[in-house]
Design a protein around this ligand. Structure first.
Ligand SMILES: O=C(O)CCC(=O)C(=O)O
Ligand SMILES: [Fe+2]
Length: 275
């Protein structure tokens, strides 16, 4: 098994982009071997196989388009498992968060033609809660690593971002509409505007979850019959975020010290912020 990624560490420019914009896209970062093996592995899991068979029966144009979505995504084969601490991932996390971070959770989804838009949002869950625990965590890192094995083109289930929006504290009155109308340009220190990405197969996006982002609809006449999306999420060491998953016992059993440090933490429960 060769390496997953073509590079083992981010460039200085990658890190500058990330800090300035709140995200960095690294196109075609997977090796050819890893991209084809990982895609095969994921699409041959029981759930996706069943879903794709049904999609195929409708010629890739479902009458009732629904995203196939799994969270937490624990059914990971060997390539997906290696993603969690691939050298590039570890290097990015250490360069941004530092040495003390936890694996939060992961998810995977398959989006067929005809699925709608996901509006601009940010995913730093502590900002939406007023408990002392959440207030104390607000400025801590919450990082999403988005993987697009088959890529996307602009306007076709593409990721949209508002670069620089991570600098605006996401309080109640900060809505994407007001942000895009220029009301918070001063806070961000730049003009806040939407950018619609276009990424080839095998790309990743490393994203500060305070940055506002959204997803365009997948048109009925998209040349791509589905878009595959995987996400691993990491948080600065501390209390659970929303969705911080239970780690399967077998992951812990076979974990070395580096993984134990990421995995041995509390999972999210309904009461974890208030009790
Ligand atoms: O589907 C995507 O490209 C991104 C989805 C998203 O915003 C998220 O999972 O938080
Ligand atoms: Fe999101």
């Amino acid at each position: 098994m060769g390496p997953i990624f073509r590079i083992d560490a981010p460039s200085q420019e990658n890190l500058e982009d990330f800090h300035r914009d709140g995200y960095v896209a690294i196109p075609e970062v997977f090796t050819e071997e890893a991209l084809s093996a990982l895609t095969d592995e994921v699409l041959n899991l029981d759930g996706p196989r069943e879903y794709l068979r049904a999609l195929d029966e409708e010629d890739g144009r479902p009458s009732d388009p629904k995203v196939y979505f799994v969270r937490p995504w624990n059914d990971r084969g060997q390539w997906a498992d290696r993603l969690i601490d691939a050298p590039l991932v570890t290097a990015l996390l250490r360069a941004t968060i530092g040495p003390d971070y936890h694996f939060c959770h992961s998810a995977m989804n398959i989006a067929p033609r005809g699925v709608g838009r996901l509006g601009f949002h940010q995913d730093h869950h502590h900002w939406r809660h007023e408990n002392p625990i959440n207030l104390a965590e607000r400025d801590k890192w919450y990082i999403q690593i988005l993987y697009y094995p088959n890529g996307f083109t602009q306007g076709d289930r593409s990721l949209s971002v508002i670069p620089g929006s991570h600098r605006v504290p996401p309080t109640e009155d900060v809505t994407p509409e007001r942000m895009l109308a220029g009301e918070f340009d001063d806070v961000a220190g730049r003009k806040l505007a939407a950018r619609h990405l276009d990424l080839p197969p095998g790309s990743m996006v490393y994203l500060n979850a305070r940055m506002f982002h959204g997803v365009e609809p997948k048109p009925l006449d998209s040349p791509q019959s589905f878009r595959l999306f995987l996400i691993d999420i990491f948080k600065e060491a501390g209390p659970p975020h929303r969705y911080t998953q239970e780690i399967p016992p077998e992951w812990i059993e076979r974990a070395g010290p580096g993984r134990k440090k990421m995995f041995l933490r509390d999972a999210y429960t309904e009461e974890c912020w208030t009790s």
